[in-house]
Design a protein around this ligand. Structure first.
Ligand code: HEC
Length: 156
């Protein structure tokens, strides 16, 4: 009898835990449309950050640009996770320019994202070192990494 009640208790605990698990999963999972909005917002903010870095570098003092450069690098590192399966252009209900090649050539897409992440991380390092000339040159490298991904993976 004791064994049986322990067993029942354990079964009840499993049911309770899986209910919590299911609930947590539902609450934490954004819909494909929400993911598309979030990634587009992140890319708009990245474009704004890039423009402000360019403007800031023109002053010749890049020592205060570490924080925004680092923010750009953080978004760069997160970029691939904002493109899960099921969020391509042509999916009903989604307004996106993400080409199907992002998924059919995932390794190519991730390589572009990795180039971008490395280029922005270096930008943050150059700001910390207050290397204005290096920073300005690196801005061009970053811009090239944006453009080369767009030319293959973003519809126009
Ligand atoms: C690894 C690929 C990749 C890199 C690197 C990349 N982008 Fe994009 N970008 C995309 C894709 C794909 C889209 C289309 C997203 C969508 O519509 O869902 C996009 C969309 C955008 C948009 C439009 C967002 C909107 O509101 O629809 C802007 C602006 C943008 N990118 C700017 C940039 C800038 C600036 C950089 C570099 C600092 C950059 N991107 C780097 C792939 C990339």
């Amino acid at each position: 009898m004791k064994l049986l009640s322990v067993g029942l208790c354990a079964a009840a605990a499993v049911v309770a835990l899986s209910a919590v698990g299911l609930h947590a999963e539902t609450a934490a999972s954004p819909t494909p449309a929400q993911i598309v909005k979030a990634r587009q917002a992140s890319l708009e903010m990245s474009a704004i950050t890039y423009a402000s870095l360019k403007q800031g570098a023109a002053s010749g003092d890049v020592s205060k640009l570490g924080f925004p450069a680092n923010a750009l690098a953080s978004w760069a590192a997160a970029l691939p996770s904002l493109f899960p399966a099921g969020t391509a252009q042509g999916t009903a209900g989604l307004d996106t320019k993400a080409k199907a090649e992002i998924w059919s050539n995932r390794a190519g897409f991730e390589a572009r994202a990795a180039d971008y992440a490395a280029a922005t991380a270096k930008l943050a390092d150059l700001a910390k070192a207050n290397d204005a000339a290096g920073f300005t040159a690196q801005l061009a490298v970053v811009k090239k990494s944006c453009d080369s991904c767009h030319s293959d993976f973003k519809a126009h």
